[in-house]
Design a protein around this ligand. Sequence first.
Ligand code: KPL
Length: 312
Amino acid sequence: MRVVVFGAGAIGCLFAARIARVHHEVLVVAREPEVVAIRVNGVIVEGRDPMTAFLPAVDALTDGMRSDALLLTVKAPDVRAAVREIGRRIRPLPPILALQNGLGVEREIAEGLKEAEAPLPPGLLSRGVNTVPATRLGPGRVRAAGEGEVLLGTPPTPEGRASVDLFRELLGAAGIAVRAVPDIDREVWRKALLNAAINPVTADHGIPNGQLARDPWRGQAEALLREAIGVARAAGQEFDPDEIESDLWRVVRATAANRSSMLQDVDRGHRTEIDAISGELLRLGADHGLELPATRRAYDRIRAREPVLPAA
Ligand code: KPL
């Protein structure tokens, strides 16, 4: 099977290497430093089950490319541009698995495909929620640590089920734990709630996740979580605050030594996922007349740390 992995951050590298190990033809699409490193050294996985996978890597797709499955592993701010490129170059569109943190990713995908004038056939897009822990060590180098899984939905249509089955088999055969859940949107929300509480505080203060258990960071994370749960409720996703709070502290303990993905982005001077996490909460909150002072403050502080991009 020909698999395109679009985005060579920690998860893109890890999944590309694991999938290539089971004899699939894997092409990585990445930025230039990653492309050079992967061409020279392969994708290097350290930590759990270390390996090196020698894979082709390109910084742009070529016209008329074909692919049987595509893992979209760029960060949320890069989704629209990536999908525009995919829509223009890969015909017919392959089944796509989107593995981003945050909310509103489906909308960005739809916009990207509209810009590419490539309508998405029904059921081709699957949303996944990833909890497999991976840390980027450098271009094309990743450390795999701990337990995690990819959650996939159980779509109502035969086309949707076929796509999910394809990704379940692909990832499962590569040794990546996969679990089907009845309502993937709810799991997207659940992860977004945790990201809304953990990521901005750790990125703002430069602390590993485990430090959140101590004040003043604990109080900040709890305030963010409460506001995010309120937005979820207004948007029709009711979560038990006690249950989500205990999830939060479980994830903080399990990832105590990790630097959150947002902190890693801030450290590298990259754009972060703040817009897809806190930004989406602020937008939805405004639609429902909710005041979100902690979320607004966290959003503004992380925005101020992001690079200023030239006007498009
Ligand atoms: O998903 C994560 C992230 O860093 O983006 C958490 C769960 C916070 C683990 O670091």
